[in-house]
Design a protein around this ligand. Structure first.
Ligand code: ASC
Length: 150
């Protein structure tokens, strides 16, 4: 019984650890994985940003749900930037791999701002949502400026 429990716990730990250490069958899959994660994040962030900019009607429930999804998905793209994934159908600049510490720092900052945005959206306060959208968008932009080819 104890053995079964430790097996289950080990299995759970492995599953939870997967995103950060995800291995891909081929580099092309890693590129697709990170692009799709960034796309899903952007679609959800963009929905909230459109409300903050007055380009879409404010729907507090949709904003809260979208920001929560964006926050979760913001943790996923990085597993797709492993060694050897700098080639192919990608705008990722080589500096991502030569200046990894800076790239990782940008990633962490974006995740942190997404968390603040999710909290703001959950509270439903539009002034806070606007501030958080701007701060989060700023972290998207600075990383794109340095690490994404035009
Ligand atoms: C988006 C998106 C970005 C950021 C950026 C904010 O919705 O796709 O890259 O916001 O434009 O400045």
């Amino acid at each position: 019984m104890k053995k079964l429990l430790s097996l289950i716990l080990a299995g759970t730990a492995l599953t939870l650890a997967l995103p950060a250490s995800a291995q891909f069958a081929k580099a092309e899959d890693a590129v697709k994985y990170r692009k799709n994660a960034l796309f899903v994040m952007q679609q959800n962030f963009g929905r909230v940003a459109a409300m903050a900019a007055g380009k879409a009607p404010f729907d507090a429930k949709v904003a809260a749900e979208s920001a929560a999804v964006a926050e979760f998905v913001s943790k996923l793209p990085w597993a797709g930037f492993g060694p050897g994934t700098d080639k192919g159908d990608t705008k990722a600049k080589p500096e991502i791999w030569t200046d990894k510490a800076k790239f990782d720092d940008y990633a962490k900052k974006m995740e942190a701002e997404m968390t603040k945005l999710a909290a703001a959206a959950k509270s439903g306060n539009m002034d806070n949502i606007k501030l958080a959208v701007n701060a989060t968008g700023g972290t998207c932009k600075s990383c794109h400026d340095d690490f994404r080819a035009k």
